[in-house]
Design a protein around this ligand. Structure first.
Ligand code: PRP
Ligand code: URA
Length: 209
């Protein structure tokens, strides 16, 4: 069974509360999403391997640790996942970026795929798949099904808010994918929105409706 990491750092919780507030407009919503994504990326990358390297400080030779050149890629689920991308790349600027386009059909609530472009050497990379919302889990599970056909080394899933229903689905269908989230909320409403949630993340990021 995969692990669910709820990152309850005070800075993340404070910024998430601002994201939840109805009066937070698109500009501030984008900035906060960016900031929270950077903070979450700090935790998502915690287990990455480091290696000893020989260096010289201004005073003496020493050995110190650096990341061991592990190949990473960040894959935002379009469109709302894009709002998290730059915040993550601030910490891991050399990561490659893939894109997968899915939207939830408003009638059936099922994910519909419309775009996929991944780095060609995805089978040599560890992936961080990102989407602000894990609601029914349909979009994330479908994205992971598709991405796994390209045989990445490992996948982590990162979101801002998850519903218990989405966590259950992802753990059942993708037990090898750890989940990193700032919150697991109460439940879904009848339209599969997360309660209390933060509303429609894509619409709030981009000012659409
Ligand atoms: C939202 C969100 C997830 C999905 C979550 O995207 O960004 O991708 O819904 O719901 P699920 O877990 O029930 O699948 P949406 O379909 O609204 O598309 P958008 O990113 O283009 O706004
Ligand atoms: N997608 C969103 O953007 N918000 C939700 O609450 C559920 C799905």
């Amino acid at each position: 069974m995969s692990e669910v990491h709820i990152i309850d750092h005070p800075l993340i919780q404070h910024k998430l509360t601002l994201l939840r507030m109805e009066e937070t407009g698109p500009k501030e919503f984008r900035e906060l999403t960016d900031e929270v994504s950077t903070l979450l990326a700090y935790e998502v990358t915690r287990e990455l391997p480091v290696q000893e390297v020989k260096i010289e400080t201004p005073l003496q030779k020493t050995t110190a640790r650096m990341m061991s050149g592990k190949k990473l890629a960040v894959v935002p689920i379009l469109r709302a996942g894009l709002g998290m991308l730059d915040g993550i790349l601030k910490l891991i600027p050399t990561a490659r970026v893939g894109h997968i386009g899915l939207y939830r059909d408003p009638e059936t609530l099922k994910p519909v795929e419309y775009y996929c472009k991944l780095p060609p050497d995805v089978n040599e990379r560890e992936l961080i798949v990102v989407d602000p919302m894990l609601a029914t889990g349909g979009s994330a599970a479908a994205a992971l099904d598709f991405i796994k056909k390209k045989n990445p080394l490992n996948i982590r899933f990162m979101c801002l808010v998850a519903a218990p229903e989405g966590v259950d689905k992802l753990q059942q269908e993708h037990p090898d994918v750890d989940i990193y989230t700032a919150a697991v909320d109460d439940r879904l409403n009848e339209k599969a929105y997360i309660l209390p949630g933060l509303g429609d993340a894509g619409d709030r990021l981009y000012g659409t409706r």
